[in-house]
Design a protein around this ligand. Sequence first.
Ligand SMILES: C[S@@+](CC[C@H](N)C(=O)[O-])C[C@H]1O[C@@H](n2cnc3c(N)ncnc32)[C@H](O)[C@@H]1O
Length: 246
Amino acid sequence: MGKFYSKNYWSVGFQSRLYDRLSPESYLESMRRVVAFLPEGKSLTLLDAGCGSGLLLRFLEARIREGLVYTGTDLLKSGVGQALLRAQELGIADRVSCFQSNLTSPYPGDGQKFDVVVGHFSLYTLASNELRLLALKNLKAFMKMEGVLILTNPSVDYDADSIIEQSVRLVRERHGILASLIKQYLVYPFTKAIGLRFIQKQLSSGKWQAYTREEFSQEMERAGFAVQHIEEVYAGSAFIGIGRLA
Ligand SMILES: C[S@@+](CC[C@H](N)C(=O)[O-])C[C@H]1O[C@@H](n2cnc3c(N)ncnc32)[C@H](O)[C@@H]1O
């Protein structure tokens, strides 16, 4: 895979909105799962660490309208820009802010602490165990004492075909047979060719991190989190973990 492709993979996807258009239903389902794990309470503060283009905002919209305050941060200017644009389009910009930062560097902000910190498919792209541990420790500094960490990362069983299969089934159940046929034959072939295969290759070559359940749990524990729950999401291709400060 060319260097240009790997370097510009996310920013091109975010700016062209191909990332949104090609995201498989199963990925969106994983975001719904994140929202399902949010604590009760109207005025929660949430940090979306490695927010990308703010796709999670689509699923947080109702909670944000009820009072949740969202902050997104990402390495990429294109991601932060798209997230802010999305918030405007959704009409929730007054409760959304975003800033550019590197999760492996100390927090550049004003020391604000959050009720919830989410890392949805963001830390696994960090190249080494040390960098991921550093990022997780930095996330701890963002959290209130009673705060919750919701983390999603790929599993060693990551499988593009299973993700597509589950996505087609979910679309059929939710939106009917026609919508599922359109996704299956006109959209998901590109999802697989442009997106999932590339990610699978990055994972199998070890450039990005895929986890066993034990490794996922151990990494959170090493960073100082008490792991409360782990479950499979994304057609068995990822885990979602819930942690609290130990
Ligand atoms: C797979 S995308 C996920 C984006 C978003 N969380 C979602 O699920 O749609 C991975 C994101 O992690 C971000 N990322 C990777 N390394 C980062 C770092 N060191 N600091 C901040 N963001 C980072 C990338 O820029 C990219 O936007």
